[in-house]
Design a protein around this ligand. Structure first.
Ligand code: NAP
Ligand code: GCO
Length: 265
């Protein structure tokens, strides 16, 4: 039996993938042979994504679609199926964060985060699973977080959503594993993207942001990770080599979850 990491002939749909982690994962999947389809929330972002994929030598198809809008998602999945082909690999990557102390957060803001980070992966997965069942295979990868396991000040909605996404992952595996559908999660550590830019901003005196120094001290690798470092794990989970891996959250965190933290010197 050979080990097959190739995604040749597969169509991968990565949500919110104009830049950042989604773009890096999609680019890795393209290098492994997949045809890339992505969406983003507006035309400007899709155009930005299309230009970035072109520059990377990747022939990607981009669609405008709000992943929280069930009708729009169903219409987009139908369009992708007609224009590109049926989706073999889905990566639920689109996400938002609001950093607000819980007792100051409005219920509307809490709901918004849950809507994008948890309800949307349900909506998009639901739209692709029937065709995966029909065709006898499918891979779903949900982008989870350190906050699928850990809490911290100001991210109550995000942690609730990403913890929920971990359980949605296990439930999709439980419910549809018999159809040769594998649903796994990737739990990135702290990654250098625009989402975390405010946590890495240099201080007025040129010193590191206290949160930046905190993350470096919490990570055995002693650094923030790059979006490209998520590509290999994503290709693995999307490949035939991972056909027996189901309901698993693969933490790609430079060791954060294994570490108690730097001991006092
Ligand atoms: P990001 O800024 O969170 O990128 C996500 C993308 O999704 C953006 O293009 C965003 O558009 C888009 N998006 C937001 N709401 C959407 C909606 N309703 N419909 C369609 N697209 C939507 O950057 P990222 O850091 O690369 O994050 C990607 C994923 O990884 C997220 O799920 C995030 O929670 C997760 N994650 C990030 C880190 C990290 O350290 N960066 C660590 C763990 C997990 P806009 O630009 O308009 O917002
Ligand atoms: C935060 C960060 C995190 C990361 C990531 C960690 O404010 O703590 O934004 O939540 O983005 O999800 O894995």
């Amino acid at each position: 039996m050979s080990v097959n990491f190739s995604l040749e002939g597969k169509i991968a749909f990565v949500t919110g993938a104009s830049y950042g982690i989604g773009f890096a994962i999609a680019s890795g999947m393209a290098k492994a042979g997949a045809k890339i389809v992505f969406n983003d929330i507006n035309q400007d972002l899709v155009n930005k994504g299309l230009a970035a994929y072109k520059e990377a030598g990747i022939d990607a198809a981009g669609y405008v679609c709000d992943v929280t809008d069930e009708e729009a998602v169903n219409a987009t999945v139908e369009k992708i199926t007609k224009e590109v082909g049926p989706i073999d690999i889905l990566v639920n990557n689109a996400g938002i964060i609001k950093r607000i102390p819980m007792i100051e957060m409005s219920a509307a803001d809490f709901r918004k985060v849950i809507d994008v980070d948890l309800n949307a992966p349900f909506i998009v997965s639901k739209a692709v699973i029937p065709s995966m069942i029909e065709r006898g295979h499918g891979k779903i990868i949900n982008i989870c977080s350190m906050m699928s396991e850990l809490g911290r000040e100001t991210v109550s909605a995000y942690a609730a959503a990403k913890g929920g996404l971990k359980m949605l992952t296990r439930n999709i595996c439980s419910e549809y594993g018999k159809y040769n559908i594998q649903c796994n999660g990737i739990g990135p550590g702290y990654i250098e993207t625009p989402q975390t830019a405010p946590l890495r901003e240099r201080q007025a005196d040129g010193s590191r942001h206290p949160f930046d120094a905190f993350i470096v001290a919490k990570t055995p690798a002693e650094r923030w990770l790059k979006p490209e470092e998520l590509a290999g794990p994503a290709v693995f989970l999307a490949s035939e080599a991972a056909d027996a891996v189901n309901g698993h959250i693969l933490y790609v965190d430079g060791g954060i979850l294994a570490y108690i933290g730097k001991q006092p010197q």
